[in-house]
Design a protein around this ligand. Structure first.
Ligand SMILES: Cc1cc2nc3c(=O)[nH]c(=O)nc-3n(C[C@H](O)[C@H](O)[C@H](O)COP(=O)(O)OP(=O)(O)OC[C@H]3O[C@@H](n4cnc5c(N)ncnc54)[C@H](O)[C@@H]3O)c2cc1C
Length: 426
């Protein structure tokens, strides 16, 4: 166990104007922002690096589970959101590509069972059901957090890209690692938190081994209008090329679409005009919510689940997609990132209280150990569900797998735990 060097303070400015030695977060995406807010709420001064204000992601939404909601609520993010920003999900339905008379007749489904909290309000009400999840626009969430970051006295924003990492800063030896900024400054850091996404440059610079699984799938994302209302249902259908998910939005006829398919199909559908896209979508949904009448632009995301084998190194910790970019089929990537942040904040707070160096290997290894079970389970479960239910009826039948397995209580329970984000109860 190393104790902090008493000659160095968290605010010391060496080698780079106004940049202290304390905690440095690389990446101002959803994860970096939430980490900055969480650590600042615990009283840590933090620096955050993002080359420029990230392009606002107008198309994407994030589904957050109750644990993530509770955390955002505690940080004050929920209260900072516009009133209708969070669309509650009251039912989850999962179905397959078998021909069914009623496509809304799910293979698996869950509904809320008890009363609970409403937005920004800690009082229990008898009438408001506890949603299973909430859907929020990434743009709205980023905007609210940006506002809070600007207002925070403990968070310093730097419009800088970080290009490198060294395990030791030459002026401090073991007492600080170093970040290299795009303007070639060497920034000393007690602790570096890399939240720089799936292709993390910091992970690469630190030589942390990663495992990627490219199964040739792409997810098309859009916001679509259907003739029938969503009735707060989050709906997912496993098709041969990958799952299609429709998440409810504030407008009762609007859905957030995440449709995974083979790369070839995605190229074809990204190029298709709206009418041809609507025909393909209606076919894929089996008209579960009627016909598609309108849509926003489309965006394509390569589905390449990637995770770091061990997400820590000398004075460095990876969080969010930099540590584990999981298959988007269950909408759990950001929920895992928030759980990373919660654990890290708790451990750093305890270390500070006990006078232990917050960047010591002992603390970081404990963090990695604490996160490993949930991250591994969610990674395996999402990869497993994708393999089980996608990739062609023929192959599944040959292997004797697929939705027949969905009748097994174990698979149902796994799918429910993945969908609700409760792979392990926290
Ligand atoms: C189609 C799709 C749907 C999804 N739906 C859901 C969902 O419903 N629910 C859910 O929980 N999760 C969902 N996810 C996962 C979720 O979007 C991600 O887990 C989350 O956005 C990860 O955020 P991040 O900040 O870790 O990474 P990123 O969003 O990749 O952000 C990384 C940031 O770091 C910055 N950066 C990169 N390199 C550097 C550098 N060298 N220096 C400084 N800054 C740098 C980037 O500019 C960026 O701002 C979905 C993912 C996809 C692809």
């Amino acid at each position: 166990m190393t104790t902090s060097d008493p000659t160095l303070t968290e605010h010391e400015t060496i080698g780079h104007e106004t940049i202290g030695k304390g905690i440095h977060i690389v990446g101002g995406g959803l994860t970096g922002y939430a980490a900055a807010l969480s650590l600042a709420a615990a009283g840590f001064p933090v620096n955050i690096y993002q080359p420029d204000v990230p392009a606002v992601d107008q198309l994407r939404t994030t589904t957050i589970n109750p644990a993530a909601y509770a955390m955002l609520d505690q940080l004050g993010v929920v209260a900072a959101l516009p009133d209708d920003a969070l669309t509650p999900v009251h039912h989850i339905m999962v179905t397959d590509d078998a021909d069914r008379a009623n496509p809304l007749d799910p293979v698996m489904s869950w509904s809320h069972t008890k009363s609970g909290k409403e937005k920004g309000n800690n009082e229990q009400t008898d009438h408001a059901p506890t949603p299973l999840a909430w859907v929020i626009s990434n743009a709205v969430l980023v905007h609210a957090m940006q506002h809070m970051i600007t207002a925070s006295k403990l968070i310093t924003w730097h419009a800088l890209a970080i290009t490198g990492y060294h395990p030791r800063h030459p002026d401090y030896d073991h007492a600080a690692a170093a970040l290299v900024s795009a303007d070639d400054a060497l920034i000393p850091a007690s602790l570096i938190i890399a939240a720089d996404g799936r292709n993390s440059q910091i992970r690469h610079a630190a030589g942390i081994r990663q495992i990627s699984r490219n199964l040739g799938q792409t997810a098309i994302v859009s916001q679509i209008t259907m003739t029938d209302p969503h009735r707060q249902i989050a709906w997912q259908r496993f098709l041969s090329g990958g799952p299609i998910a429709l998440m409810p939005m504030a407008d009762p006829h609007m859905f957030s679409l995440v449709w995974s398919m083979t790369n070839a199909d995605a190229t074809r559908l990204m190029d298709a005009d709206k009418e041809r896209f609507a025909m393909a979508l209606d076919d894929a949904t089996g008209l579960a919510f009627g016909r598609m009448t309108d849509m926003t632009e489309r965006q394509a995301f390569a589905v390449i689940p990637t995770h770091a084998v061990w997400p820590v190194s000398q004075r460095l910790v990876l969080i969010g997609d930099a540590a584990h970019a999981i298959n988007p089929l269950a909408g759990q990537g950001y929920n895992l990132a928030l759980a990373d942040i919660k654990t890290l904040t708790r451990m750093l707070t305890t270390a500070r209280r006990d006078g232990i160096d917050i960047g010591s290997q002992h603390i970081l290894n404990r963090y990695a150990l604490a996160r490993a079970p949930e991250v591994t389970a969610m990674t395996l479960a999402t990869d497993g569900l994708n393999m089980l239910f996608s990739f062609g009826k023929k192959r599944r039948r040959l292997a004797g797998m697929g939705m027949a397995l969905a009748n097994l209580p174990m698979v149902k329970s796994l799918a429910e735990r993945v969908a609700s984000g409760r792979i392990f109860d926290r």
